[in-house]
Design a protein around this ligand. Sequence first.
Ligand SMILES: Nc1ncnc2c1ncn2[C@@H]1O[C@H](COP(=O)(O)OP(=O)(O)O)[C@@H](O)[C@H]1O
Ligand SMILES: O=C(CO)[C@@H](O)[C@H](O)COP(=O)(O)O
Length: 456
Amino acid sequence: MTLVAGIDSSTQSCKVVVRDAETGALVREGRAPHPPGTEVAPEHWWNALQEAIAGAGGLDDVQALSIGAQQHGMVCLDEHGEVVRDALLWNDTRSARAAADLVTELGGPRAWAEAVGSVPVASFTVTKLRWLAEHEPENAARTAAVCLPHDWLTWRLAGAPGIGAITTDRGDASGTGYWSPATGTYRSDLLKLAAGNAPVVPRVLEPTGQAGEAGGVRLAPGTGDNMAAALGVGALPGDVVVSIGTSGTAFAVAETPSRDETGAVAGFADATGRFLPLVCTLNAARVLDAAANVLGVTTAELSDLALRAPAGADGLVLVPYLEGERTPNLPDATGSVHGLRLDNSTPAHFARAAVEGMLCGLADALDALGLDPARVLLIGGGARSEAVRRIAPSVFGRPVLVPQPGEYVADGAARQAAWLLAGSAEPPTWAAGTAELYVADPVPEVRARYAEVAAV
Ligand SMILES: Nc1ncnc2c1ncn2[C@@H]1O[C@H](COP(=O)(O)OP(=O)(O)O)[C@@H](O)[C@H]1O
Ligand SMILES: O=C(CO)[C@@H](O)[C@H](O)COP(=O)(O)O
């Protein structure tokens, strides 16, 4: 049996799956946590990766591997390849002002959408580089190369062979704000606009390119975690995938590049040579964690409580901007609770309001894509919640297909590694797992009430 490994180095943890390259059957897996915070020393990702690989029984019998990782994070390296400062992650909002300035300087949102398919907000690497130039000029001056989490981890696995050897892929490059999915080229003018100079950026590999080798294991290009999830879940044109991880995302596989000058839809590339229009919220699974924490219950108990309260929680609404928000672009917003009365002051009502509030943000994301999807697939840690699975169709106003719980980012990376071995035109076909369809009557009042209070 030929084995491949897929890695998901996401915000909260690192997961490794080892799969049969031909059938996709799961052979073994491992995981390790990442530290909290929006600013993280990349060495922690490296250590978590080693721990997760060890937990998955090592890589001695693996032929190829690939890394899917959280998008956008700014990893700055000096001329010797040493990390200059802790990485600023996708959910770090300190560069919101820099984002607004950059949008103005290029001539407005339309100019950015035309240049790189996306209007940058604080998540995008390009805005973090501007923040660095303005606030830490010494670190900016030491930055000889800038790359993303998956680029850095892949390069470390290859033995860190000099900053000129760093590679990336189309999917992750499309989240920088200085690479155009439509033309497949860097916009070094935008890199320079943001950073004031032009640090080395990774070479962008084709979907089946090889990033190097680690002890005899071939390294596939890797990609951003959402692009890997699209591959892992086997998303087809016409599907929308909604992922409830640390971030909430709604995305679709597309044949042509997109550009949305409202800034809601990021016009990303995918890991197969196609495109991945995507809407991202900052507040998803951790809204449930926070609500469970407030109530002093587990996430399973939170789910039970939420299902005990009526739809709409008798007027109680939770607006979940606990980390600020990216879509809508409200980096300084905070969460809020509306409509609290004696009769809805119960743990069940609060739990329901938390689930509904988080899902309303995702319903807006889904709508912003402007598609009428054939299927909506729900994945990510938050989709393990029964309350989320049962309430989602009523908030989204359409049935929701929930693939069996799994590590779809790591699975997609594993499929990418198998693709490298196969050298075929399209990724190898792996048997789809089972999925359960959740259907519920739409309750539009829930979103209407949310829209009223979220806009205040
Ligand atoms: N049964 C569950 N109910 C609600 N939330 C859950 C459940 N299982 C996991 N989660 C949450 O999912 C999140 C992790 O999801 P994951 O997709 O792995 O995130 P990421 O990829 O961003 O690290 C955590 O916040 C965790 O608490
Ligand atoms: O910024 C985005 C997408 O643009 C996020 O989706 C990150 O890629 C983090 O993903 P998770 O850790 O939540 O999976």
